[in-house]
Design a protein around this ligand. Structure first.
Ligand SMILES: Nc1ncnc2c1ncn2[C@@H]1O[C@H](COP(=O)(O)OP(=O)(O)OP(=O)(O)O)[C@@H](O)[C@H]1O
Ligand SMILES: [Mg+2]
Length: 265
């Protein structure tokens, strides 16, 4: 085939681009996630965790999401564990950055997909630890390694996870439950100096008539520039959920709750 001068240029450019793409593809394949989760490095880490006996056996999947999968596993002495494995997916890092950059606890973390996801996972571990220390009811963190987070499993010993608040049809004392969560938000802000950032009935478990806050990876320091916006959003989500069970005159306004927290009343 005879190529015109311009066509040749385009062709050369395409070859160059293709070479670059293949190089990136090879790199991506190394990191490629099997089933969206287990890339080579995750498998190596899982092997280490298994060989140390921290996890004895994986039993099943609790949840498969966009960001992470959560598994039910058994640890030493058959202790039930929840193992959250974050997917190495560049799509997820775009919005994650908003909750990492600007949080004074995380500086110089790099910008590669791996670095962001590993930081995200470490952030969830740190947030759980910080919350637990200040009496916020969250699963006890056990270990974080790169994109793997191991924590206390909330549910039955046979692996049935606790229901989310979203899946509960009836609450015996909704006012008490609402006040409990508002108090947790307040403690989180005033004592742990954190804002959850994605608090709603989807990220609260309900087990043995107690609420347990989960999914705290995006929680930011109160010094993060968006902390006030996230705090107001959390309060609104929670009030909105409980207003389905409580007469409106017994539900405070979001502004009232927000001001009370800021004024430490
Ligand atoms: N410690 C735990 N014990 C029992 N179940 C858990 C625990 N942590 C998470 N789960 C279950 O896994 C689900 C997903 O967990 P989580 O909310 O932390 O992940 P996620 O970031 O929302 O994942 P995605 O948004 O990608 O679905 C929860 O809704 C809950 O059912
Ligand atoms: Mg969630």
């Amino acid at each position: 085939m005879i190529l015109l001068e311009d066509d040749k240029k385009i062709n050369q450019l395409e070859v160059k681009q293709d070479k670059r793409r293949m190089k990136t593809k090879r790199k991506t394949e190394e990191h490629a996630a099997i089933g969206g989760v287990f890339d080579k490095f995750t498998l190596v880490n899982l092997n280490k965790i298994l060989s140390k006996g921290i996890i004895k056996e994986f039993i099943g999947t609790i949840s498969a999401g966009k960001e992470a999968n959560v598994y039910f596993a058994l640890g030493e002495n058959n202790v039930p564990l929840a193992v959250k494995i974050y997917k190495i997916d560049p799509q997820n890092t775009k919005w994650m950055k908003n909750y990492i950059f600007g949080d004074p606890r995380f500086k110089k973390i790099g910008t590669s997909t791996h670095k962001i996801i590993y930081t995200w996972c470490k952030k969830e571990f740190k947030n759980l630890t910080q919350m637990k220390r200040h009496d916020i009811i969250v699963p006890t963190p056990i270990l974080s390694r790169d994109n793997i987070l191991i924590m206390e499993f909330i549910g039955e010993d046979n692996g049935t996870p606790a229901k989310r608040l979203k899946d509960i049809d009836e609450l015996e004392n909704p006012i008490k439950e609402m006040n409990f969560i508002l108090d947790q938000i307040s403690k989180m802000y005033l004592n742990a100096h954190l804002v959850h950032g994605d608090l709603s009935e989807f990220n609260i478990l309900y087990y043995k008539e107690k609420q347990i806050i989960i999914d705290v990876s995006q929680a930011v320091s109160i010094y993060h520039i968006n902390a006030p916006v996230y705090l107001q959003r959390d309060i609104k989500n929670v009030l909105n959920y409980f207003s389905k069970f409580i007469d409106s005159e017994n539900v405070p306004s979001a502004e009232e709750v927000y001001k009370k927290i800021l004024l430490n009343e």
